[in-house]
Design a protein around this ligand. Structure first.
Ligand SMILES: *[C@@H]1O[C@H](CO)[C@@H](O)[C@H](O)[C@H]1NC(C)=O
Ligand SMILES: *[C@@H]1O[C@H](CO)[C@@H](O)[C@H](O)[C@H]1NC(C)=O
Ligand SMILES: *[C@@H]1O[C@H](CO)[C@@H](O)[C@H](O)[C@H]1NC(C)=O
Length: 276
């Protein structure tokens, strides 16, 4: 990773995130040994598991948060999310704490504030981590992007129960295989997906919420640019079950509890406010 003399703590934190991001099968530690979503290694204790995770308890700009829509601030300076995604070879990875799609080729980028962040991976949380007006939805998709300087930008999409989601539909069969492969095993599972086109995810959003937060898994690294789509998408109950089935029992509800805003304002981009 190209980074000019980073602060040591930040570097190790980012390295760890990268490890999770890239999920290098041979080298990654058994993540399940590291943290969980309940019990002694659950979210309340993440900050005490390792000094590298201290931001999980001491950080003041943490994620996820509850988006109270009537307290968001319209920012006329925000731009539409410009996405230059392209088809790329991908792997379906089950870490045990979430299921995701990892690109091992250039999958394109999102442009935010004049900087390009490359799409590295996307994964789901069931139920959602972010809430809108106190509503926790059945699922949340998080698309992880990283810039050359290590900066992280995440685009999140919330889902409510309804018709099946077409994009998840394209990997449902593989999710089923994954459920079988990992059942009872404490190991990551990797299934080749071939070339996936991130453009198949409905991308256009007329509204999104922007705030500065953190990764929602240890090391809870801050300065993450969050972009949450204003429109809640549709997912079927079967699809939520398919996303949940391969996970460890103590990670099936893989959401981190809400974090305090600590004075942060959540900004709103709304297409309708754009000058004609
Ligand atoms: C914001 O919405 C909540 C309910 O969602 C309501 O209780 C509150 O009064 C509203 N505040 C303002 C300033 O409109
Ligand atoms: C972002 O990537 C696009 C496409 O490759 C390129 O045209 C643009 O100049 C890049 N922007 C920056 C700030 O690097
Ligand atoms: C595509 O990814 C699979 C793993 O999912 C890997 O085995 C294969 O070599 C990759 N193909 C290319 C062309 O990179």
């Amino acid at each position: 990773m190209a980074m000019a003399s980073p602060p040591p703590g930040l570097f190790s934190a980012i390295s760890y995130v990268l490890l999770l991001l890239t999920a290098a099968s041979a080298t990654s530690p058994d993540i399940h040994e590291v943290f969980s979503y309940s019990g002694a290694k659950g979210p309340d204790n993440w900050g005490h598991i390792s000094p590298e995770f201290s931001a999980c308890s001491s950080g003041t700009h943490q994620s996820p948060v509850n988006i109270v829509t009537n307290q968001t601030v319209v920012n006329m300076g925000l731009s539409p999310l410009i996405r230059g995604y392209r088809p790329a070879n991908a792997t379906l990875v089950n870490n045990g704490f979430n299921v995701g799609i990892f690109f091992n080729q250039d999958a394109g980028f999102v442009g935010i504030e004049g900087k390009n962040y490359s799409l590295k991976q996307m994964h789901w949380h069931t139920p959602s981590e972010h809430q809108i007006n106190g509503i926790q939805y059945p699922a949340e998709l998080q698309l992880f992007h990283q810039a050359e300087d290590g900066g992280i930008a995440v685009i999140a999409v919330l889902y409510n129960y309804d018709k099946p989601d077409r994009f998840i539909g394209t990997i449902e069969g593989k999710l089923g295989e994954q459920g079988k492969e990992t059942c009872g095993e404490d190991q990551e599972s990797h299934i080749a997906l071939g070339v996936m086109d991130p453009k198949n995810i409905k991308r256009h959003t007329r509204r999104y919420y922007r705030y500065l937060g953190s990764t929602t898994t240890p090391p809870c690294t801050e300065q993450v640019i969050w972009n949450i789509h204003g429109k809640v998408r549709k997912i079927s109950k079967e699809q939520v079950e398919a996303l949940r089935a391969p996970l460890f029992n103590d990670c099936k509800n893989n959401f981190r509890p809400l974090q305090s805003l600590n004075g942060r304002k959540i900004e709103l981009y709304d297409e309708h406010n754009d000058a004609p």
